[in-house]
Design a protein around this ligand. Sequence first.
Ligand code: R5P
Length: 305
Amino acid sequence: MESAFTAVTPVVLLPMPGAEALAAQLAGYLPASTLCAGVESRRFPDGESWLRVLGELRDAQVVIVGNLYQPDPQALSLLYLADYAREMGALRVGLVAPYLPYMRQDARFHPGEAITSRSFARFVSSAVDWLVTVDPHLHRYASLDEIYTISTRVVPAAPVMAAWIAAHVERPFVVGPDSESAQWAAEVARLAGCPHAVLEKQRHGDRDVEISLSHLTDTEGRTPVLIDDIISSARTMTVAVRMLRAAGLPPPVCIGVHALFAGDAAGVLAEAGAARVVTCNTVPHASNGIDVLPALASAILPLLR
Ligand code: R5P
């Protein structure tokens, strides 16, 4: 990558277990002097973690690279690696997590529920000095600063999603399936230079959603492109695809930022009749077709100075 970046201290990427490929890919977009440390890991018979870092971290800017889409088994590795890096004399320790989990529980929707977004933010803020991520699910929080006490940088996926649409879809019409997707749908449509609409969704349960098409007009001769930040159970996308098809529109292209695809999600969405499902590579999945790593690398560089 072309960059005016001059490293005054060594930069070492430290992959969390399972993020080795991601760290290696990211290193390809960072200055050639960036090192990628090896991390060996295994579980003891009782399930506890064993980690061993192969690489010198003294006086280095350490960047922990994590795939946090299954946060519960992953999160403690973050703490262990960050603590190790500090004990070994790292100057600063940052975290690059292309998908930031636990952002959707941003309120106590029912009495007794834990607001896990806040607790997870406190946990990460206590472990590292800074965080870079791609489009976190900001709905009731205006920014990560409301819950994270460390420096944070958010990489927007809208520019790369819009470029993908411009290159692959003729006469697109961007559709956000619910009010939460409005921020992505509006920006992607603006960048792609096409119209957009935002539908209304009611969620009755994890896999039970209802969507109304009342805001959909002027779609004649256009290909609908559904945009959402997260595809988890894929019920939001699936119901939206079915509604658009039932309204006589052509098979929609579905674009998601974060491809969680829990359980039967991929199969259910495929059966609904989408023309194509494409996601950004923030979560490894067969649908990944939009590369956010160059933008992620650009966001990391200023934090290493
Ligand atoms: C929430 O509103 C998000 O923007 C997504 O629409 C939601 O997380 C998608 O979840 P699912 O795929 O389970 O319907």
